[in-house]
Design a protein around this ligand. Structure first.
Ligand code: N01
Length: 534
């Protein structure tokens, strides 16, 4: 595709957010150019092809709601869709709404700068330059792979693979000795599948994690038909929950955990454990805000780990103790703890026995050398700000976003940042994004952005920019909301704690999607209060 000289809007990224932004902006009559570093659509679901990759939000919820024909005609096959099915879905959406013709694939945006004289953004890619009135950044929250600086990594004779950059053609692990570094969501999904394929698997764990069974299963035609028959109501209900998808409710969900007798509490945890999925954090009203309440859930999960893992020493190493349950994104799994009962799986605790270096034959810790053919880095991402700051973005007067955000992201509603007019971020820092069903948040953000641009044009204006005082107030509100929860107690990627040198700032907004949507709607209803336009 030839890169156009000028368009109304540039959209960076062709994942769930970018595709929807392209659809809505073109529908609104704007000329739009999309840029995508990958050779196809899909974003997260294009890049994360590691064994076992699957969404942790149920497929009937983790899907677009904007088009009824789409949701009626697409048939999900499993409770949680696996990566290939999600990719097929997003490819179908791109074709169905004829979006590919707007996207330059295999084209990475390196830089974008705003020219106050023309009121235009100049977007520079590895293939050329395009100018645009609006810049919509739909680059994802977990798209910048974080590769730790292990000494000697480049000397490894075997293959090094990051889960978030898995080769599209797949990797044959049969008969090979595989090491996995990390025990986050990616590792917890990959380990049981790799354990079945590989000859030997060594798991290098720094922090034990709390994982709950996913309860994945095929979706029966009857179940699917029932959801479809009431889809509008299903979506409405989801949009009116805290996270954007409905956990099972019980009369206990609104009560503090410690007010409930211990036997009833455990019965409730057991019911959620049996149902599977992410509902444990919502079993009682205060699991994520009160340390003692949290401890009841944490202790329930610890007892499950001890009951599942047959070797008591391994079980103790897998038991999380250093952070409250749910304060790191809680993984859900299929046979994760069971994998450690296999003869071909070994757990290495790198907290007590740290990785010293990678050598040509494998990984050396203080106490042992582990010979490997493949080293899988399930080491996560430079989350939320990483994908933006890896580009050179400059606003009014050449001000660098990297400088403005040197102490952490500063946004108004997570959507915009002062000094960078006509630039919008979809599902970025300061919005619920990763603290919600991403698809629900993405649709809400894109709809808001498109309505904002239409309002701007109807007023005869060309520029819109967040005001410094509104932005400051929003940042304070985001921080104060996080401080009322247990989230800041964990060294999580939410806080940037996984990237050496990254400022420790809690990035997502944890006020819930209903509160957040209401605030966005209020801002719009008050003539985009907190923004100035001209
Ligand atoms: O990454 P992570 P992820 N030495 O950052 C360890 C989403 N997601 O790719 O905890 C040794 O969670 C690190 O250890 P520690 C989901 O939102 C969703 O797994 O920092 N270990 C940790 O164990 C998720 O939260 C789905 O001590 C090192 C691991 O690597 C997010 O993506 C599936 C290390 C990184 O875990 C990120 O998940 C997958 C080092 N130097 C992902 N550096 C679903 O929808 C890091 N680690 C199901």
């Amino acid at each position: 595709m030839t890169q156009p000289g000028h368009v109304d809007a540039v959209v960076v990224g062709a994942g769930i957010a970018g595709l929807y932004a392209l659809h809505r902006l073109t529908e609104a009559g704007l000329t739009v150019q999309g840029f995508e570093a990958g050779d196809g659509v899909g974003g997260t679901w294009y890049w994360n092809r590691y064994p076992g990759a699957r969404c942790d939000v149920e497929s009937v919820d983790y899907s677009y709601s904007f088009d009824d024909d789409l949701q009626q005609q697409w048939d999900w096959t499993e409770r949680y869709a696996a990566q290939p099915e999600l990719l097929r879905y997003l490819e179908h959406v791109a074709d169905r709404f004829d979006l590919r013709r707007h996207i330059a694939f295999g084209t990475r945006v390196d830089a974008a700068s705003f020219d106050a004289a023309t009121g235009r953004w100049t977007v520079q890619t590895d293939a050329g330059t395009t100018t645009a009135q609006f810049l919509v950044l739909a680059v994802g929250c977990l798209s910048a792979a974080q590769v730790p600086d292990f000494p000697g990594l480049e000397t490894f004779r075997g293959e090094v693979l990051h889960t978030g950059q898995w080769p599209a053609e797949g990797v044959d692990l049969a008969g090979r000795r595989v090491g996995v570094i990390g025990t986050g969501s990616s590792a917890i999904q990959a380990i049981p599948v790799i354990a079945e394929q590989a000859e030997q698997l060594v798991v290098f764990q720094r922090t034990p994690n709390y994982s709950v069974p996913a309860g994945n299963r095929p979706l029966s035609p009857d179940e699917l038909a029932e959801v479809k028959a009431g889809y509008a109501e299903h979506r409405r209900r989801a949009r009116n929950t805290f996270f954007g998808f409905a956990f099972p409710l019980s009369e206990l969900s609104s009560r503090p955990a410690l007010e409930v007798p211990a036997a009833d509490r455990d019965r409730e945890f057991q019911a959620r454990w049996d149902r599977g999925g992410a509902g444990m954090t919502r079993a009682f009203a205060d699991i994520l805000t009160d340390r003692q309440a949290n401890e009841t859930a944490a202790e329930f999960i610890r007892s499950k780990i001890r009951a599942t893992v047959t070797d008591p020493g391994t079980a103790e190493l897998l038991v999380p103790v250093d952070h409250p349950f749910g304060t790191k994104r809680p993984p859900i799994d299929t046979n994760y703890y069971e994998s450690f009962n296999r003869d071909n799986v070994t757990l290495v605790d790198v907290r007590s026995d740290p990785i010293v270096e990678v050598v040509p034959s494998g990984v050396r810790t203080g106490a042992a050398s582990h010979d490997l053919d493949v080293l899988v880095l399930a080491t996560g991402f430079d989350a939320m700000t990483g994908p933006l700051l890896r580009m050179d973005i400059r606003g009014v007067g050449g001000r660098e976003l990297r400088d403005k955000w040197a102490a952490g992201p500063v946004t108004y509603l997570g959507l915009a940042t002062e000094g960078f007019p006509n630039m919008f971020v979809v599902a970025g820092a300061g919005s619920p994004s990763v603290m919600s069903n991403m698809v629900v948040s993405i649709e809400q953000h894109v709809d808001w952005i498109v309505a904002c641009l239409q309002h701007l044009r109807s007023e005869g204006h060309t520029l819109i920019e967040a005001c410094a005082d509104a932005e400051q107030a929003w940042v304070e509100h985001v921080n104060a909301t996080a401080a009322r929860t247990l989230y800041p107690e964990a060294n999580s990627w939410y806080l940037g704690a996984n990237v050496p040198g990254k400022p420790r700032v809690f990035m997502p907004y944890v006020g819930g999607i209903v509160d957040y949507r209401q605030r966005c709607e209020d801002v719009a209803a008050r003539g985009y209060a907190g923004f100035r336009s001209s």
